[in-house]
Design a protein around this ligand. Structure first.
Ligand code: MF3
Ligand code: CO
Length: 255
């Protein structure tokens, strides 16, 4: 079932989103050569506690996973696309880092992600990240009241495929609310003028995941969580939680 949120509920998700944005900004600031992803996770965990929020990730246990998720961040490095468990392996100059993060505040969730190159890196990685961000922007811009979900997926997919990048098969965004993952599914590639009609009050996470290889295949690490590109190509991820309003899309995961 798809639950539309009231303006007051959207404001509550926006409050959670501000916490998410603030902590992600701090994590981005701290990411540098020599820093361990586990240290970024600890920083985020401290800031969650200070904010009076609760991690949406720690303890999360979907059916396909081997156990409860151990971190508060997902830190996916280089060919890891999403769901990387924060490791103790120090970041190196030129690593392509993707950080995904969600909290619950007063019972409402918000979910966001960014990618960045650690130190200075390959211009090809910068372009992959910029295109992923452009795909997210296109998806958000398309998310107007009255359009259909296929229009959102089409906007994202056009940017990604137009630049020649691959995307994970069967992965996309989702509804957000009391739970981190709600209906509906938000495709990163779709035919226009198909699917659910977007109504004011719908709150969704839009999250393109692009990789440099043309193939859409992926594999899971032995840890059961980390998703890597099958061809070893680097991947980027960008995500915002947004609300559809009568005046258009409203981004809820801004500082
Ligand atoms: N934000 C991620 C997503 O929407 C959720 C990560 S699952 C976790 O796919 F278990 F790592 F938390
Ligand atoms: Co998400």
């Amino acid at each position: 079932m798809i639950e539309l949120k009231t303006p007051g509920e959207i404001d509550a998700i926006d409050a959670a989103g501000s916490v998410v944005a603030r902590i992600l900004a701090a994590v981005r600031e701290r990411a540098a050569p020599g820093v361990r992803p586990s240290e970024l996770d600890a920083l985020a965990a401290d800031m969650i506690a200070e904010a009076g929020a609760v991690s949406s990730f720690r303890g999360y246990h979907p059916r396909w996973a081997p156990g409860p998720y151990p971190g508060v961040l997902c830190v996916s490095v280089n060919d890891a696309v999403v769901h990387g468990i924060p490791s103790r392996t120090k970041l190196r100059e030129g690593d392509l880092l993707s950080v995904d993060f969600a909290v619950h505040l007063d019972g409402w969730c918000a979910d966001a992600a960014f990618s960045v190159v650690v130190g200075s890196g390959d211009p090809a990685d910068e372009k992959l990240i910029a295109t992923t961000e452009a795909a997210l922007e296109a998806g958000i811009a398309a998310a107007q009241p009255g359009v259909q979900m296929g229009d959102v997926g089409h906007a994202i997919g056009q940017v990604a495929r137009g630049a020649g990048y691959g995307m994970l098969a069967d992965h996309g965004g989702h509804g957000v609310g009391r739970s981190m993952h709600e209906e509906p599914h938000v495709p990163n590639e779709a035919k226009p003028r198909r699917g659910l009609r977007l109504r004011p009050g719908l709150v969704i996470a839009i999250e393109p995941m692009l990789h440099a290889g043309g193939k859409d295949a992926y594999r899971h690490d032995r840890d059961g969580w980390t998703i890597r590109t099958a061809d070893g190509s680097r991947a980027a991820h960008a995500e915002h939680t947004i609300a559809i309003t009568e005046n258009g899309p409203r981004i809820l995961t801004l500082p």
